[in-house]
Design a protein around this ligand. Structure first.
Ligand SMILES: NC(=O)c1ccc[n+]([C@@H]2O[C@H](COP(=O)([O-])OP(=O)(O)OC[C@H]3O[C@@H](n4cnc5c(N)ncnc54)[C@H](O)[C@@H]3O)[C@@H](O)[C@H]2O)c1
Ligand SMILES: [Zn+2]
Length: 385
């Protein structure tokens, strides 16, 4: 492997960043099968505290316990069920996990394992980042969002002071494992949320991935779907490549922020009625209409992108939260998060995107016009859930 970069192999990807951070993301079918050594390799001879939300525990908790008891010494591991849901992604949950760890005698040699989606991995990852100033953390990613996004990066965190992911840490995983088998039990809406992040990657980087999704909008909806492997692998790879040179987000102009300028406000303002991946889809649709008004893409390209989002079961518009005032405020808050530059990502084709760096370049009149275009498109196609 080159000094830094992302290397693909049949079992997943290895990343080494320019500042020397290295980790793997494995694609591991049957990860909890008692004969599968992969996960055990990351836990070897250490005390392990595993955490899962109630739903994941109900579905996979018995498999996890069977697995850990097959590979680890009796008394050296425990599984705890923690409340998940965005309202539980809090410092209180992190403190509870740390208290459990302290009580069970977990020392710096120990491992915290999260079995679940982005919420479990964000909470447990943050606990692992601060417990004893940082211990190992392994994620077994059970949602599509976690497999293509949360699970491939180094960010952990919780919501605080009315703001999503206000507190957190960059804490690279000791191991991160994606078993496509978990997706079989994932509700349709959660699959769509993951596809929102995947469309994001396709629009900014990869026209072929985009065309594959257009041809097969039923991807990940039946076991062993023809394009599932390609879409999962390619999405992971694109995300890893985008993150690698900028793991700690020193450069605040990030292409992967496509869908994440208006999205966070839409998600929060809706009281989480709109899920994260859905807010990404709506943001993509708004950004495409802005790009069309700016002459960066034509109407047909804009319609192809919003058409794909709809075909995948994603919303493209939400009248309650998509008001010019609210979206303008969202731009301002992105501006302040991104070091007083807007860095709004908009497509200039399918598979390619550019930044709009200054707030003044998106005047209220432009935003209002783009929203009106989107509102005019949405009812026709019944996009609003
Ligand atoms: N750290 C990062 O880089 C990063 C990146 C993107 C998103 N996030 C965060 O991730 C969170 C969203 O993650 P998510 O979409 O995975 O949500 P989630 O963790 O809430 O999981 C979604 C739902 O699916 C259920 N579930 C999980 N796995 C299942 C399975 N295999 N079968 C059936 N049900 C299952 C969960 O119980 C939950 O109800 C947000 O809080 C977001 O801010 C973090
Ligand atoms: Zn996201």
């Amino acid at each position: 492997m080159a000094r830094h970069g992302v290397a693909a192999d049949p079992d997943g990807f290895s990343l080494r960043s320019p500042d020397g951070v290295a980790y793997r993301v494995d694609i591991e079918p049957g990860v909890l099968h008692p004969a599968n050594p992969r996960l055990a390799g990351y836990l070897a001879d250490r005390r392990v505290l595993a955490f899962a939300g109630p739903t994941v525990d109900r579905l996979y908790g018995a498999d996890l316990r069977r697995y850990l008891s097959a590979w680890l010494a009796p008394g050296s591991w425990d599984v705890h069920v923690i409340p998940t849901g965005e309202q539980h992604k809090t410092m209180a949950s992190v403190e509870r996990i740390c208290a459990i760890a302290k009580e069970s005698g977990l020392d710096r040699h120990g491992v915290m394992l999260a079995l679940g989606g982005g919420i479990a991995s964000d909470i447990v990852g943050f606990a692992a980042a601060v417990y004893a100033r940082g211990i190992r953390h392994v994620k077994v990613n059970t949602t599509l969002v976690a497999q293509v996004d949360v699970g491939v990066g180094v960010k952990t965190g919780v919501n605080a002071y009315g703001t999503k992911n206000m507190l957190g840490a960059y804490h690279p995983p000791h191991g991160s494992l994606n078993d496509p088998g978990f997706l079989a039990t994932l509700p349709r809406r959660e699959i769509a949320c993951g596809l929102g992040e995947i469309v994001k990657m396709a629009v900014i980087r990869d026209a072929r991935l985009f065309a594959t999704l257009e041809r097969d909008p039923g991807v990940f909806q039946r076991p062993g779907g023809e394009h599932d492997d390609y879409v999962l692998r390619r999405s992971m790879e694109l995300m890893l490549e985008e993150l690698c040179p900028n793991l700690r987000e020193v450069d605040l102009a990030r292409l992967v922020d496509f869908g994440h300028t208006f999205g966070p406000a839409i998600e929060t303002d809706s009281g989480y009625r709109i899920a994260h991946g859905e807010s990404v889809a709506i943001d993509i649709a708004v950004s495409c209409h802005l790009a069309r008004r700016l002459g960066l893409i034509d109407a047909a390209t804009c319609a192809r992108i919003t058409g794909l989002l709809r075909a995948l079961g994603l919303p493209v518009y939400d009248p309650a939260t998509c008001t010019p005032d609210r979206l303008h405020a969202a731009m301002r808050s992105a501006w302040s998060r991104r070091g007083r530059r807007l860095h709004l990502v908009v497509p200039d084709g399918i598979g390619s995107a550019v930044f709009i760096d200054d707030l003044e370049d998106v005047p209220d009149s432009l935003l209002t016009a783009a929203l009106a275009d989107l509102a005019a498109e949405a009812p026709l196609v019944g996009a609003v859930r």
